[in-house]
Ligand binder design. Structure first.
Ligand code: PHE
Length: 376
């Protein structure tokens, strides 16, 4: 509103109005201005401004007309001004109320349009994932050991040298540390002890025996880390299932029988097992288990040629194992004279590759959906 040409700031006398006809043309002018302005407000806040400009008690247009035109008007003009003012007020109030209703209806219908759900549109199709092959093989192995009384325990991937080495009878300068002394964590100065990424699941043998008394029958699925250069059969991260059984009467026979049962369940009833002497500081005696090649029936020959899986050897190396070394019992306060047991450490990636014909370990870690989809 341009107050420069706003006549409501002046009295009728100042405007030189002295006849009733002039009063009505003055009001017509105001009403026209109102009508022009009244379509401008589009939302609640501009509507409020508009309402206050016209109806505001202190300085709205109608108040100014009352104060400047009506109150000081001469006796002969007062009637005309009063009547015109009433008419104008009624008009202004009606229009302003109409405007409010229109704005409210507009925002409502806009909101309704925004929120309307079109039930005929196609739904969002979310692809359903599946367990990673490694997870599936973990489950297969767990089920086999569940069936003969083992239970699952899990442990930390960040370990102390004590659990990863010392308590497993691997003292600081023992040569077997060479291929395992690998990923250490950078710790703040003054940290009480070094920390490393476990290189095998065997630390859980110790943690379990510290907590439980025999009989102990557990398997430990999990991730392990070594500084291996990546190639088709090596990765700096891979998976193991540790096994540990300790009781007062466990023999080497129980040991080989358990492994044989597992291998037959996993690869099929026709597969034979054998073991060869090996060495681990925490088992004595230590062995390496082999399975007769499940792909050529243990003949080394497949489709008239050399079996590509066992390279003609007829046997496939599976994993390391052994009877728990009595020295280990010393670290967990078991009485080595009363208890005996066996342990094994199965490399899962290797087993999964064998069973499912995968020739590159790296595919397990690449998250390529084309690979993952083959194992729904
Ligand atoms: N921890 C050994 C490794 O990772 C495997 C193993 C486990 C051997 C248990 C014997 C007993 O190589």
């Amino acid at each position: 509103m341009n107050s420069g040409e706003d006549k409501t700031g002046k009295t009728l006398a100042e405007l030189g109005v002295s006849r009733p006809e002039e009063v009505s043309s003055l009001f017509a002018e105001i009403r026209q201005r109102f009508d022009e302005e009244s379509s401008a407000p589009r939302d609640e806040s501009t509507w409020k401004e508009f309402r206050d400009a016209w109806l505001g008690r202190k300085s709205g247009v109608l108040t100014r007309i009352t104060d400047n035109w009506l109150k000081p008007a001469t006796a002969e003009l007062k009637r005309a001004v009063g009547a015109a003012l009433n008419e104008l007020r009624a008009h202004v109030e009606t229009k302003i109320e109409e405007r409010r209703a229109a704005i409210e209806a507009g925002t409502e219908s806009a909101a309704m349009a925004r929120e309307r759900v079109d039930l005929s549109l196609p739904g969002v199709i979310r692809p359903i994932g599946s367990h990673h092959l490694i997870r599936q093989v973990f489950q297969e192995i767990e089920d086999i050991f569940f069936s003969i009384g083992f239970s699952v325990v899990e442990g930390p991937e960040i370990e102390t040298p004590y659990y990863n080495f010392e308590a497993l009878n691997i003292p600081e300068f023992h040569p077997v540390r060479d291929d395992m002394d690998t990923f250490y964590l950078e710790l703040p100065k003054g940290a009480p002890e070094p920390l490393l990424l476990r290189t095998h699941t065997s630390p859980m043998q110790i943690r379990t025996m510290e907590k439980r008394q025999p009989p102990v029958r557990v398997i430990v699925p999990g991730k392990v880390y070594r500084r291996d250069n990546p190639d088709a059969t090596h990765s700096f991260i891979f998976h193991q299932v540790e096994g540990l059984a300790v009781d007062t009467d466990i023999t080497f026979c129980d040991f080989t029988g358990t492994i044989e049962y597992f291998v037959k369940q996993f690869f099929g009833p026709g597969v034979k097992t054998r073991f060869r002497p090996s060495y681990f500081p925490f088992t004595e005696p230590s062995v390496e288990f082999d399975a007769s090649c499940p792909f050529c029936g243990g003949t080394g020959v497949s489709n008239g040629g050399t079996c590509s899986k066992c390279k003609g050897a007829a046997w496939i190396e599976l994993f390391g194992a052994g009877m728990v070394d009595p020295a280990v019992y010393g670290f967990v306060n078991y009485d080595a004279k009363k208890v005996s047991g066996f342990a094994f450490g199965i490399g899962i990636d290797r087993l999964a590759m064998l069973k499912y014909g995968i020739d590159d370990i790296q595919v397990f870690f690449q998250n390529d959906a084309r690979f993952l989809r083959q194992f729904p």
